[in-house]
Design a protein around this ligand. Sequence first.
Ligand SMILES: CC(C)(COP(=O)(O)OP(=O)(O)OC[C@H]1O[C@@H](n2cnc3c(N)ncnc32)[C@H](O)[C@@H]1OP(=O)(O)O)[C@@H](O)C(=O)NCCC(=O)NCCS
Length: 176
Amino acid sequence: MTELVIRDADAADIPAIHRLIESAYRGESSRAGWTTEADLLTGQRTDPDELAEIVADPEQAMLTAWDGEDLLACIRIQRQPDGAGYFGMLSVSPTRQASGLGRRMVAAAEDAMARRFGARLIRISVFPQRDTLIAWYERLGYADTGRTLAFDYGNLRLGKALRDDLYFVVMEKALA
Ligand SMILES: CC(C)(COP(=O)(O)OP(=O)(O)OC[C@H]1O[C@@H](n2cnc3c(N)ncnc32)[C@H](O)[C@@H]1OP(=O)(O)O)[C@@H](O)C(=O)NCCC(=O)NCCS
């Protein structure tokens, strides 16, 4: 592997980001990784229009990690109304997982949100069924707030649910 470059995505990167996110979150390709939403949802995780909105929004960005021309990972960052930073769409290519890249992307997102948005608190939302993922976030310093968010079953942009008990737990980490 050549040296990894982490940079903000622009509009030209959207097709590659879309392929990466869908491959990591959904369907058989995602099962090559150690954690996936394939047992919870089918259909899309996002679409090119949503990704275009993210890269055009000054309150958001998509950080991307490149090995030459190959996109290996991405993470969406977002300023929240209360001043916290939020990240999502964290994706590592399923065949490149479990070598520290996910951890590196979370660190890059935390650093970017502290510098750009002045965030002192980072927030994420996770399906409670994903216990190994939650354990990983706990090792990264995130704690369950006890708060939950409803899953929007009517929004097929998020995918088509395979079960009727989906919701999110909200986890947070205070930055040092
Ligand atoms: C979540 C994700 C980004 C992690 O990326 P990654 O590159 O594998 O992350 P890292 O290599 O930094 O860390 C992997 C961790 O999982 C652990 N792990 C590896 N295989 C595992 C397994 N089979 N079961 C449980 N944990 C496992 C590793 O020990 C490591 O933990 P550590 O950092 O405490 O040592 C990646 O799995 C992914 O893209 N998943 C699909 C999309 C997704 O679910 N995103 C998050 C939604 S909120």
